[in-house]
Write a protein that binds this ligand. Structure first.
Ligand SMILES: [Fe+2]
Ligand SMILES: [Fe+2]
Length: 327
């Protein structure tokens, strides 16, 4: 692992401190790193960025689905979707708490989200146009999230790893509720089936983008893998996702919108077309179909909640003053 450290941190072998080396050895032995323990600054910063971005994605990810709670076709579907969207709020909160153990406050993280300095998953900058999109989002987007997150249960940072264990349990419910919607639509009327196919057509490539750029263009991978902050490469996870999802699409009787999709006996996986990476970088830069709307909704929620936060602080101060007076 030292060779990788040296390469990516720009440190020569001689510049690695004894702490750096001891830290890497702990990670290589599979030990968990806990909040108050020594860690390299780069490790702390990378984790703050990754966990913070993940937390933001959970919270912003509520928006495209929240859009459909009032329009769900039955009371049962409404209840299920409501529970799912509420889970995502919980995921955001666990993750903000995990990030706080690294010495950054939730307010600071939110400020960086609102200013555009921190990102969230690009998938949430796409619109959800029909009820079938609720199926496709659960099936594909939560499915891709699980693919990313299951290995992170073994990540080296204790609080992140423990948050992931809980989150992954809930994500598997999300994926199944999405697939259940797709089943209903795909076996419904011709119009419903057409809606299901259309949702798959629109969300397939954005879902593939959720694994991040191709390994050859991925900036942080090598160091993050040495630190076990990242457990698999982007392309590995993307391949796994395609291999898992294509048979599910076939079972639904739907067609994956990729003319180059083909089983490759030799590699034991599918060959498939890469997503349009120009589009990916455009959306990342803020030029996706819903970037402004999503960020606008978050900033508005923050501003609208100011009176409540102020009231809570005022109440806490009064309570503390009363406690002092009573002594
Ligand atoms: Fe989630
Ligand atoms: Fe989810």
């Amino acid at each position: 692992m030292y060779a990788q450290l040296v390469k990516s941190e720009g440190k020569s072998q001689a510049e690695l401190t004894p702490e750096d080396i001891a830290f890497q050895e702990r990670i290589d032995r599979g030990e968990k790193i806990e909040p108050k323990e020594w860690m390299p600054e780069g490790y702390r910063k990378t984790l703050i960025r990754q966990i913070g971005q993940h937390a933001h994605s959970e919270i912003v990810g509520q928006l495209p689905e929240g859009n459909w709670i009032t329009r769900a076709p039955t009371l049962e579907r409404k209840q299920i979707l409501l529970a799912k969207v509420q889970d995502e709020a919980g995921h955001g909160l666990y993750l903000y708490c995990a990030a706080e153990t690294l010495g950054v406050s939730r307010d600071q993280l939110l400020e960086k989200l609102h200013s555009g300095e921190m990102k969230y998953s690009s998938i949430f900058n796409y619109p959800t146009l029909t009820w079938a999109d609720m199926g496709a989002v659960g099936w594909l987007v939560d499915g891709a999230a699980i693919m990313n997150q299951v290995p992170l249960q073994r990540t080296s940072y204790g609080p992140y790893s423990r948050a992931m264990i809980r989150i992954c349990k809930e994500e598997s419910f999300h994926q199944r509720q999405g697939y259940a919607i797709m089943m209903k639509m795909a076996t419904g009327t011709p119009e419903q089936k057409r809606m299901a196919q259309d949702a798959l057509n629109r969300l397939w490539y954005p879902s593939l983008m959720m694994f991040g750029p191709s390994d050859k263009d991925s900036v942080h991978s090598v160091q993050s893998m040495a630190w076990k902050i990242k457990m698999n490469s982007n392309d590995e996870l993307r391949q796994k996702f395609v291999d898992q999802t294509v048979p599910q699409a076939e079972y639904l009787g739907l067609t994956v919108p990729d003319p180059n999709l083909k089983w490759n006996e030799e590699k034991g996986g599918y060959d498939f077309s890469e997503p349009d990476w120009d589009e990916f970088y455009q959306v990342l830069k803020g030029n996706g179909p819903c970037n402004k709307e999503r960020l606008g909704a978050r900033v508005k929620a923050w501003e609208d909640g100011a009176w409540y936060r102020d009231a809570m602080v005022a109440h806490a101060k009064k309570k503390a003053a009363r406690a002092v007076a009573a002594e």
